[in-house]
Design a protein around this ligand. Structure first.
Ligand code: ADP
Ligand code: MG
Length: 695
């Protein structure tokens, strides 16, 4: 039945010297019976036990069970051998101390994927037989040695193995317990092949059917056996793996390392939290760019001019000569853009401006035009009226300044008096004469509203309605020029009739977006114009937006790198955690492997443990980011005045509800899966006999 043919096992004595711990063993055991294998300490008894149990492979010879060569089986067949054919009882029991008696006993049944109810029924029968039924719900670490040894035997019996090897089963027991255990084994030898290894010859000899004496790795008793090469395998059906079979194990493992797991939990929660914040930034900054940078009150106000490159002879220098486009050129250019209007550039007339409120002179403000107040972004008007072509708007920044300076609640509803003055000298080329005139304009404007805009970069500003200003200019005459031309000649006429390369035209026209819903088309218009060499549009809002985009993209790359590092950190944390669990649980794994567990089952234990951690850290990570998103946003707003820069797309991304959380969950599971698999893979190479050796 069980045959050892010329079996030899060598170990290293020192650097390059070997010795035989088992030396040409030739023996055939019968199907049942009580065998005593005895010999002095170090004679090779445990070596033979480990060889029969398949925990070690022989260097020489063959071990055959029913003519199946054990030392040549593949992993699946080897597991079957460990599950169903052979069982081992150790001096120091090798139970899983944190599990209860019942849980330990049914463990080999779980490994062969039997129904739990069958396993429990059989286990209770065995516990009854061994008189330890009352212990079934006790945790093993609380049992006495004699009790533990009986539990170990019960666990060994649950899958009804053909061979039970007991390596010094009474070594740790007193005489009374020893005799009880030996009697029990004697009883079992009616149905099983029992091989008891002991150096306590006197105690056991009376029970033994066969006595084998081992000395220096050599067996005194020998049979003459012949090896016949056979390729026989075990004939069995492989079971499906049930992933949750070992959930109790995972929970116990998880709870046994509370502090370690708590620390891991904290780190992975933080990783998930910071990844979410990074994604929130990417998403939020995108929204922010779209919302805030287009949300300038004067976004649509630009100038346009013709650029001519002038090459200087014998020099690599080039000069840019700016010139106002002719009306026909301009009209042609904007003909397919109905949302664009143009007008005279009045910058020269605005050059010396002063503004007063309650006889109080305003310092450092700028005047800016809006085509008319019907076309602007009304959401930006935070207080006041939404249309007011006869009035002006001021921005928050100016309002704040006025509040402080004049000790008022707001400048809304007050009048601001704007005065413009400029002295012009005209060369009248037709007769060489020179005349001069004074441009002056004064008007009290009612502050109709306060505008919120991209505060981060805003200076105090007054917004005038271009159409209103333009009609004023069409009404105010230049007295001396009118005299000269002998007809009413307005300041509008003066700028309108100037040639494109004269200073008073500022070498450009104003162009305006007159329908704010077309702001992106306006951008496209500017892009297309600026991509040509000879015409240039310059728009503060557009410039600012582009600069800001560049900055945000740069930051985005930075935070993405941070996120990748975080994810690598998370992989490492989970990997190191499972590796340390593996190292910590080496003995437990060796026990499970000795019972014939396969690698997938072992994996399921650890993956579940890691999944607990993962699920918890996902929950914590999400809660943390939920709590901290508004706090971080508030901080950013207080420092930079950037609103809602972090916007974690909890609800939607790409219009798919819960898209991002789902992605993160999947990704995390993926990471966990692989970082768990690695250390488990190493378990394949666990040296079972070394891990389970009695100290
Ligand atoms: P016994 O169980 O009879 O006390 P063992 O079979 O454990 O003896 O050991 C037999 C001999 O082999 C001893 O000299 C022991 O030191 C040696 N030995 C056992 N296992 C190993 C091993 N893994 N590596 C090296 N030497 C070993
Ligand atoms: Mg031994």
């Amino acid at each position: 039945m069980l045959k050892l043919i010329d079996v030899g096992k060598k170990y290293k004595r020192n650097k390059d010297q070997y010795f035989y711990a088992a030396n040409s063993i030739n023996y055939e055991f019968s199907e049942t019976g009580f065998y005593l294998l005895y010999g002095k300490s170090g004679s090779g008894k445990s070596t033979i036990a480990n060889l029969i149990a398949s925990f070690e492979k022989p260097d020489e010879g063959h071990i055959l069970y029913e003519n199946i060569e054990i030392n040549k089986l593949n992993q699946v067949n080897l597991n079957y051998y460990r599950q169903k054919i052979v069982g081992m009882v150790f001096q120091h029991y090798n139970l899983i101390e944190d599990l209860t008696v019942l849980e330990n006993v049914i463990l080999p049944r779980k490994i062969i994927q039997d129904k739990l109810s069958n396993a429990v029924a059989d286990a209770e029968k065995i516990l009854d037989e061994l008189n330890i039924r009352k212990l079934e719900n006790k945790v093993c670490k609380n049992l006495s040695g004699g009790e533990k040894q009986r539990v170990a035997i019960a666990r060994c019996l649950i899958n009804n193995p053909k061979i039970i090897i007991c390596d010094e089963p009474t070594g740790a027991l007193d005489e009374k317990n020893s005799i009880q255990v030996i009697k029990l084994l004697k009883k079992l030898s009616k149905r099983h092949l029992i091989i008891v290894i002991s150096h306590n010859y006197d105690l056991i000899k009376t029970y033994a059917d066969n006595i084998l004496y081992l000395s220096d790795g050599k067996l005194k008793e020998k049979h003459n056996l012949h090896y016949i090469n056979s390729l026989k395998r075990f004939n069995f059906k492989k079971n499906h793996i049930h992933f949750f079979n070992f959930i109790k194990f995972s929970i116990k493992n998880f709870l046994n390392n509370k502090i370690k797991n708590l620390l891991i939990l904290l780190s992975t929660s933080f990783c998930i939290f910071s990844s979410l914040i990074v994604l929130g930034f990417v998403n939020g900054s995108n929204d922010f760019l779209n919302k805030e940078t287009y949300a300038r009150f004067d976004y649509s106000f630009s100038t346009i001019s013709k650029i001519e490159e002038i090459h200087i002879d014998n020099s690599f220098l080039k000069l840019n000569k700016m010139e106002r486009l002719s009306h026909s050129e301009l009209e042609k250019l904007i003909s397919s853009y109905p949302f664009i209007s143009f007008g005279m550039n009045y910058n020269k007339l605005l050059e010396n401006s002063s503004a007063y409120i309650d006889n109080h002179k305003l310092e450092s403000y700028s005047l800016s035009f809006v085509y008319n107040f019907d076309c602007i972004n009304k959401e930006l008007i935070i207080v006041g009226e939404k249309t007011a072509n006869d009035g002006i708007y001021i921005n928050e920044s100016l309002d704040k300044k006025l509040q402080e300076k004049l000790n008022i609640k707001t400048a809304l509803g007050r009048y601001i008096n704007i005065k413009l003055f400029k002295e012009f000298r005209f060369d009248l080329y037709d007769n060489g004469e020179q005349i001069s005139d004074k441009f002056s304009f004064e008007k009290s404007y009612f502050v109709k509203g306060i505008v919120s805009e991209f505060n981060f970069l805003s200076t105090p500003k007054i917004y005038l309605c271009y159409q209103d200003f333009d009609s004023n200019m069409k009404n105010i005459s230049s007295i001396n020029l009118s005299k000269y031309y002998s007809k009413n000649y307005t300041w509008f006429d003066y700028i309108y009739n100037s040639s494109g390369n004269e200073e008073q035209t500022s070498f450009s026209h104003y162009i305006f977006l007159n329908d704010l819903s077309k702001i992106r088309d306006f951008d496209a218009f500017i892009d297309s114009i600026n991509s040509t060499d000879d015409i240039e549009v310059s728009c503060d809002g557009y410039l600012l937006k582009n600069t800001f985009e560049d900055i945000i993209y740069a930051i985005r790359i930075g935070v993405f790198i941070f996120m990748i590092l975080t994810i690598i950190g998370m992989v490492l944390i989970i990997g190191i955690s499972s590796f340390s669990t593996f190292a910590f649980k080496k003995k437990q794994n060796a026990i499970l492997i000795s019972l014939g567990i396969n690698i997938e089952q072992l994996f399921s234990i650890y993956i579940l443990e890691n999944f607990f951690i993962l699920v918890l850290s996902l929950i914590f990570g999400f809660i943390l980011s939920f709590i901290f998103q508004p706090i971080i946003n508030k901080l950013i707003f207080n420092v930079f005045q950037l609103k809602d820069l972090i916007n974690i797309p909890f609800i939607t991304a790409f219009n798919i509800p819960l898209f991002l959380p789902t992605i993160i969950v999947f990704f995390s599971f993926f990471i966990t899966y692989f970082s768990t698999y690695l250390p488990i893979y190493f378990s394949k190479n666990i040296n079972i006999s070394k891990e389970l050796k009695d100290e």
